[in-house]
Design a protein around this ligand. Structure first.
Ligand code: ATP
Length: 273
């Protein structure tokens, strides 16, 4: 798969973290809120879906994709929204959100309340891998979104989602394994894990966990004819993760250059104003 279009879009989101894009102040902006186990990310697009601003914060206010610290989550969303409004000079009024596949109605409502508490109407609720597909535009295959606490997957056939699943495994587990191995704190392990210069060193330690993640995915897709796996989510930034998946599942595995911001961008693309 050629990821040129996707990589170009993600590069625009990356640069909108530092530099606010030009936009028409008379037109409504599209906002995507990704409430994650590891990161809360807000992406803002103009009416033509061009990335113009992005803010994020590392936060541990969700567990396994579900809100466990409502007050903390609400505060962070309010603060990130305020930062964006200051940068943009306009009020943000509408947002789309995403939840892990299979999230109950009650838990989805909690995500909504967190975002609505910041003063934005929630106009769309998606499942995370489907949000990612707004960016990837896959017609056939499985999208595997490996975040901090959850691995969501969505099987597509002729552009229709035919199966979704969510498992409580993700980058947090990799960091815990690194922390245990080196006898260091979780926070220190997070830093080492994300350092591209040290990823080769930690790979042997985390490989069994990644193999387990791949076997979980194999288990879910066993009854479907899947010829390609597409990896997204922060954990898939790990160099070489795609090779482990390909070897374990026997299925061609692809990932964009930066899989981290794909889902937050896809959420914003689904903000219907
Ligand atoms: P979830 O979807 O499970 O609720 P989330 O939305 O916070 O969580 P993401 O933001 O997609 O998930 O990914 C966060 C995870 O990705 C964290 O575990 C983080 O350590 C990991 N991560 C981020 N950047 C990198 C990197 N460069 N290398 C390795 N792992 C990374």
């Amino acid at each position: 798969m050629n990821f040129d279009r996707v990589d170009n879009l993600i590069r625009q989101v990356e640069s909108s973290i530092q530099v606010t894009g030009e936009f028409n102040k008379r037109k409504e902006l599209l906002v995507g809120v990704d409430l994650g186990t590891a990161y809360i990310v807000l992406v803002v697009l103009d009416e033509e879906q061009k990335p113009i601003a992005c803010e994020m914060q590392f936060a541990q206010v969700l567990k396994d994709g579900l809100v466990v610290d409502y007050i903390g989550a609400s505060r962070i969303v309010r603060e990130l929204k305020a930062k964006l409004e200051e940068r943009l000079g306009v009020e943000l009024t509408k947002a789309a959100i995403a939840v892990p596949p299979g999230t109950s109605e009650g838990d989805s409502k909690t995500h909504c309340y967190v975002v609505e508490g910041s003063g934005m109407d929630v106009v769309a609720i998606l499942d995370e891998p489907s949000a990612a597909n707004a960016v990837l535009q896959i017609k056939n295959g499985v999208i595997v979104d490996i975040g901090g606490g959850t691995t969501g997957l969505s099987i597509l056939k002729d552009a229709e989602v035919i199966y979704t699943a969510d498992e409580a495994t993700g980058g947090t587990h990799l960091s815990l394994v690194v922390a245990g191995n080196y006898g260091i704190s979780f926070e220190e392990a997070e830093v080492i894990k994300k350092d591209s210069k040290r990823q080769r060193e930690i790979f042997t330690i985390v490989r069994p966990v990644i193999q387990k993640m791949a076997s979980i995915v194999s288990h879910h897709i066993i009854h479907h004819k899947v010829s390609d796996i597409y990896l997204v989510g922060g954990t898939c930034c790990l160099e070489g993760i795609e090779e482990v998946f390909q070897k374990e599942t026997g299925i061609r595995t692809h990932k964009p250059t930066n899989p981290f911001l794909v889902t937050p961008l896809g959420i914003a693309m689904n903000c219907k104003v």
